[in-house]
Design a protein around this ligand. Structure first.
Ligand code: COA
Length: 156
């Protein structure tokens, strides 16, 4: 894999195919993207966006990871973990004590977050049935329930 670096990304420049890969609801993405803070992994060679993450402050003073995606041809090479580590460090530097994320109740993404230390704090039953017009399938199983995960950050 060629070299890459992580840098801030103007939300307007976030590539839609990547955003929709992580969150297939264009309406939802349009709702949070303009207010968000984004970072991207850029290819050193030409600046292409290979992956991105999208963060939003919550009303409780925490931050939420709204979206994280790596281009299909670049996955499983550590880019997603590097973006997640970058997001965690940036949120911590803002003085936040917690990073939240919502994800499916099974599958690779859940493993991805749990490996980074996220813990389950709540279950929203039938979230994906109620909020997404098209069924979301993974390995032949329909996603129904959303797990709310949180990573507690050390005090400043
Ligand atoms: C989830 C995602 C951002 C991870 O990015 P990535 O660059 O592939 O992640 P990494 O290479 O850092 O992998 C870290 C770990 O996550 C897990 N993982 C990620 N993708 C996986 C996959 N397709 N299959 C199995 N495990 C996977 C593994 O535990 C992996 O570690 P390993 O390679 O040592 O087994 C990426 O797969 C992606 O863009 N998926 C589509 C969008 C999406 O679902 N976003 C999350 C919405 S909640």
């Amino acid at each position: 894999m060629s070299a890459w670096h992580i840098a801030p990304l103007n939300p307007c420049d976030a590539p839609w195919p990547l955003l929709l890969d992580a969150d297939p609801s264009r309406d939802k993405v349009q709702g949070y993207l303009p207010r968000s803070t984004c970072f991207a992994a850029h290819a050193d060679a030409d600046g292409a966006v290979l992956g991105l993450c999208v963060l939003l402050p919550t009303e409780s003073g925490a931050w939420e990871l709204m979206n994280i995606a790596v281009a299909p041809g670049q996955q499983r090479r550590g880019l997603g973990s590097a973006l997640l580590r970058h997001a965690i460090a940036w949120v911590h530097a803002q003085g936040a004590r917690r990073l939240d994320v919502g994800t499916g109740s099974f599958g690779d993404q859940l493993l991805f977050y749990q490996r980074a230390g996220f813990r389950v704090v709540a279950v929203e039953r039938d979230f994906f049935v109620r909020h997404y017009p098209e069924p979301l399938w993974e390995r032949g199983l329909r996603h129904r329930d959303m797990l709310r995960l949180a990573l507690d950050l050390p005090g400043a």
